[in-house]
Design a binder for this molecule. Structure first.
Ligand SMILES: [Zn+2]
Ligand SMILES: [Zn+2]
Length: 458
């Protein structure tokens, strides 16, 4: 069917025709620049990804089992494992922060690796695993919340911080964590959305394509709508204008009449919506909550230090000033950017996006779409300070000599990170384009479809 050869860009809703061959290339939308779901033949082969995922799972177990850092001071030794960091926060009455660290550094990366292996091993042998849909949706859900690379940077920052106070010995867990970070970067290059199309190919080769080739009552109306809207109009043809809906989870384009009564995707059962319901209201509410939490995050102490009976409180900005004045300016810049600048940039950028969409502005849509993608990418790096606090609290507990505990700002800061990430997830970038009045060079679906841009994979 005609519409099953189409892709609806998940960021601007533009309808594009799937390129016939994308081997070694990746496709992006010509209007907003978003990367499109991987198509069969694009990216690394499945057996490569499967091998890297298996290696990453083994390395993950090593990184969890051995200490990441050891600290020696005044004849005493302490060590930090990742699970130990969670336990220290939990026992120090920072249970919410402990939950955040546990989920982002242990639970979600583990679920992603196990679920990917569960999917990839049978798929490599040409079989579709049971509960394929639900498992793939789990991978898509947990992926943005796994933050091993941020944890790795947090470990490095902690090491530099501790070097001036005590003897720091890197543990076997640190090398495993470094290797795991690299492997997870390779796994992250793999777009799980491509597995839906791959699985369809397996299904259609078995049943002659019967699953997706049934006639649809909406098809005739769809073709007529496109012809009517294509002639004499130079506006971009979006899925919404054509009476179609693109599934956000699997990318399948389907007519409204094809959806089940509950508006669920015919392929993956994910809830379908032309535009995310109450997107602006939810985004603005979450932004307000994040802005409120940002104030105590910067004003209250993030760590309490007690050295030989002398108590001292550290705020985030106080820590940055200390590093700067003691000559560790690269560290001061890293902490300032990740802990102060990135959350502020996220708040300002999302407020700007929400305000322009609310006003129905068509101003600089492509640039605003790029800003949204930037916010999505950098959001996770603000967790840096939470990881540094978790590791420092675990390492520095030398009885009456020196003890560091987490302060209330750690909770407020973690809340800012989670709330801004939720706000960017709730924002529907397609709203940017609805009032943009953008024109594409073509005025019918055939030309619009040919405007998929293919890039050499870099
Ligand atoms: Zn687009
Ligand atoms: Zn779907």
């Amino acid at each position: 069917m005609e519409y099953q050869k189409l892709i609806a860009c998940h960021e601007c809703d533009l309808l594009l025709r799937k390129p016939s061959s994308v081997r070694g290339r990746r496709a992006s939308c010509s209007r907003c620049g978003a990367s499109l779901p991987a198509l069969p033949g694009a990216g690394l082969p499945l057996d490569w990804i499967c091998a890297v995922t298996l290696a990453a799972l083994v390395t993950f177990c090593i990184a969890q089992s051995f200490p990441v850092i050891e600290l020696r001071a005044n004849g005493m030794t302490s060590e930090a494992t990742l699970f130990g960091a969670v336990r220290s926060l939990w026992s120090g009455n920072m249970r919410v922060v402990a939950g955040m660290v546990f989920c982002s550094s242990i639970l979600f990366p583990l679920i992603e690796l196990l679920a990917l292996l569960y999917l990839l091993v049978p798929l490599c042998t040409g079989k579709r695993p049971p509960r394929f849909d639900a498992t793939l949706r789990v991978v898509q859900f947990v992926r943005p919340w796994g933050m091993v690379e941020v944890l790795m940077l947090g470990v490095l920052v902690t090491i530099v911080k501790m070097v001036s106070m005590a003897e720091v010995i890197p543990g076997p867990g640190l090398f495993a964590l470094g290797a795991l970070t690299i492997m997870l970067c390779v796994v992250a290059l793999f777009d799980p959305r491509g597995l839906w199309a791959f699985c369809d190919e397996i299904g259609s080769s078995r049943n002659g394509g019967a699953r997706w080739s049934r006639a649809s009552p909406g098809h005739g109306r769809f073709a007529k709508t496109l012809r009517a809207r294509g002639s004499g109009s130079s506006a971009a043809i979006t899925a919404q204008r054509a009476g179609l809906i693109g599934c956000h989870a699997c990318g399948l384009v389907q007519t409204r009449s094809e959806c089940h009564a509950q508006r669920r995707c015919a392929r993956c059962q994910h809830v379908l919506h032309e535009r995310r319901p109450e997107s602006l209201t939810r985004t603005i509410s979450l932004l307000l909550a994040a802005a409120l939490a940002y104030i105590p995050a910067n004003l209250l102490p993030i760590m309490h230090a007690s050295t030989l009976g002398r108590a001292e409180d550290d705020t985030i900005l106080g820590g940055v000033a200390y590093f700067w004045s003691s000559g560790d300016w690269p560290l001061a810049v890293v902490v300032f950017v990740a802990s102060v600048l990135v959350p502020m940039l996220k708040l300002v950028a999302l407020t700007l996006l929400a305000a322009t969409v609310r006003r129905g502005s068509g101003w600089a849509a492509r640039e605003r779409a790029g800003l949204y993608r930037l916010v999505e990418r950098i959001g996770r790096w603000s967790m840096l300070d939470v990881f540094v606090v978790a590791l420092t609290v675990t390492l520095v507990h030398f009885g009456s000599f020196a003890v560091i505990t987490a302060g209330p700002a750690a909770l407020a800061f973690g809340a800012v990170v989670i709330l801004t990430m939720l706000a960017s997830h709730q924002f529907d970038p397609r709203l940017i384009w609805d009032n943009a009045g953008q024109r594409i060079r073509s005025n019918d679906i055939a030309l619009a479809a040919s405007s998929v841009t293919a890039h050499r994979k870099s």
